[in-house]
Ligand binder design. Structure first.
Ligand SMILES: Cc1cc2nc3c(=O)[nH]c(=O)nc-3n(C[C@H](O)[C@H](O)[C@H](O)COP(=O)(O)OP(=O)(O)OC[C@H]3O[C@@H](n4cnc5c(N)ncnc54)[C@H](O)[C@@H]3O)c2cc1C
Ligand code: SF4
Length: 484
């Protein structure tokens, strides 16, 4: 089965026996839970679109291992065109779902491992790359969704893993056996964790010799014994439990994150991709982060939705023709397309790594992500400006439908007379969802912290910007070079 359908994906999740907790209770049926379901729908869209002829060129690729058609989310980038298509796919799905569709972290983990397992073998004479390729073949053949798990809880941010008061604040090896290793610790903020078939664990920072027990990377089926998922809360999340769907804002899709705990979990050797080669941890972090910073092409697609919503609300309010409104929409588009330039540029300037995998240009990927930490906030500010205060004071859908007060809501919330008052409520809820509600988790806070907080990109920009070349250019033009 090289390409699953959305239905097959849903059924495959039913076969998993995940240990998931939410609101203090164990979930018996994860797939149909009304809180989780919208996020499952968003991942299902990555399967659905792969079967649609108009999107096939973006959503699928030829496996370099088997020559079979595979979902691009399981593909290893073989050329610059693959990288560019990855950015376009992210925008497409962001626009379709208006939220986080979760599957990119696994794709980015696979691509990073395809580079680093090869480099580790070259340096240490290990056999990780072949092991990784066997795993990749499995993921591609079954069309699996993988959770990319990098971020540890990290405890005291100022001290390295081996000096943490609680040694479990970074995922670590606690025992070695003839057939595998035992792992303990946790990964925080895991996007799409309970919608995933597999979990791919990577270290979260560059490591020194003293931290070698923490320099570990591996992959496991998501329902492996000892893995516990604790689903994170999102702003306005329990609106999904209410009757009606208008107040959810996004009536179709959503995202989720979870705290994933590893309670003495066994990992067989054939699923281990790094084992105490501490000096390779930093390379894996940088490679994953580069790819994932490119993946924030998704925010451009979500930005498309928010800009569309801002245009609509201006029409419903009867002010779409006003000069300042048009100008604000132009600014929103300018910022959003600037983001698009970044994710296309870092892909277009991609290059081949020794393993054959194509990597993004790291400097440009970091500049792109740095912009992502800012522009969605400004786009949101402008959308809230155009929405008016009603986006946070609007009565509920139940009030709209109430026999007692429904007519009052209808009368007083009507704006431009030729537009629908109910549609106005719908679009205000969508803007609320994207800028303050459940989708703001992905559109705003994840834009800030996902794939590393802003400072992480500034560190990379300072490392990758070629300052010597710039100084040389300046010296030459002002005549300093001639006097050297
Ligand atoms: C919605 C969402 C989804 C995510 N999805 C995933 C996922 O699927 N997989 C995954 O692996 N990760 C995921 N992440 C995690 C993301 O990569 C982290 O949030 C990010 O790396 C920041 O880490 P943190 O949240 O622990 O913040 P912190 O590291 O606590 O950062 C808070 C502040 O402290 C600063 N700081 C931190 N450490 C230091 C230090 N040593 N010295 C000085 N300043 C410091 C930071 O710069 C920042 O300003 C997700 C995050 C979010 C918000
Ligand atoms: S935030 Fe964007 S890049 Fe990250 S997993 Fe979600 S959709 Fe993909």
């Amino acid at each position: 089965m090289a390409l699953m359908t959305a239905k097959q994906y849903e059924e495959s999740l039913r076969e998993l026996n995940l240990n998931v907790y939410m609101f203090g209770k164990k979930l018996q049926n994860v797939v149909d839970d009304p809180m989780i379901r919208p996020s499952m729908n968003a991942v299902a869209a990555t399967y659905e679109l792969a079967h649609q002829p108009e999107y096939e060129h973006l959503m699928t690729a030829r496996s370099h291992l088997t020559g079979e058609k595979v979902n691009r989310f399981t593909h290893i980038h073989q050329c610059v065109d693959d990288l560019v298509k990855k950015s376009k796919m992210g925008r497409l799905l962001g626009r379709l779902t208006g939220c986080c569709f979760q599957r990119c972290v696994g794709m980015d983990a696979l691509n990073a491992l395809s580079i680093v397992t090869y480099n580790t073998d070259q340096k240490h004479g290990t056999k990780y790359y072949d092991r990784f390729l066997d795993y990749l073949r499995h993921v591609q053949e079954k069309d699996l969704t993988c959770d990319g798990a990098m971020t540890d809880p990290k405890g005291h941010r100022g001290v390295p893993p081996h000096k943490q008061p609680d040694p479990d604040h970074f995922v670590r090896v606690v025992d070695e056996q003839s057939d595998g290793i035992i792992i303990r610790g946790a990964k925080a903020h895991q996007t799409g964790a309970v919608n995933s078939h597999e979990i791919i664990v990577m270290p979260t920072l560059a490591m020194r010799e003293e931290d070698r027990d923490y320099a570990v990377s591996f992959a496991l089926p998501s329902d492996t014994k000892g893995i516990i998922y604790i689903v994170g809360r999102q702003s306005c999340d329990t609106r999904k439990l209410e009757s009606g769907c208008m107040d959810r804002g996004n009536v179709l899709y959503g995202g989720h994150e979870a705290l994933v705990v590893f309670e003495n979990v066994f990992v067989p050797w054939d699923r281990v991709f790094m084992y105490k080669e501490h000096e390779m941890a930093g390379q894996l972090v940088e490679s994953f982060a580069g790819y994932h910073r490119q993946s924030y092409a998704c925010k451009v697609g979500v930005g498309d939705v928010l800009i569309g919503a801002a245009q609509l609300v201006a029409e419903y309010n009867g002010v779409a023709g006003a000069g300042h409104v048009k100008d604000k929409l132009i600014e929103m588009n300018h910022l959003n397309e600037t983001l698009y330039c970044g994710c296309i540029a870092c892909a277009s300037e991609g290059y081949q790594e020794p393993s054959g995998t194509y990597s993004v240009d790291t400097l440009l990927a970091n500049v792109h992500k740095q912009n992502v930490t800012r522009f969605p906030y400004e786009i949101s500010r402008l959308a809230q400006d155009l929405a008016g205060g009603l986006m946070v004071t609007c009565p509920s859908e139940q009030d709209l439908n109430s026999p007692e007060v429904g007519h009052l809501v209808t009368k007083y919330l009507q704006a431009e007379p030729n537009t629908s008052m109910k549609d106005r409520m719908h679009v205000l809820r969508l803007i609320e969802n994207l800028t303050l509600g459940a989708a703001a988790v992905g559109y705003l806070t994840e834009s800030m912290h996902g794939a590393g907080s802003p400072q992480a990109q500034r560190v990379m920009i300072s490392r990758r910007a070629n300052m010597q070349e710039k100084v040389k250019a300046a010296k030459r033009l002002c005549g300093i070079e001639a006097s050297d």
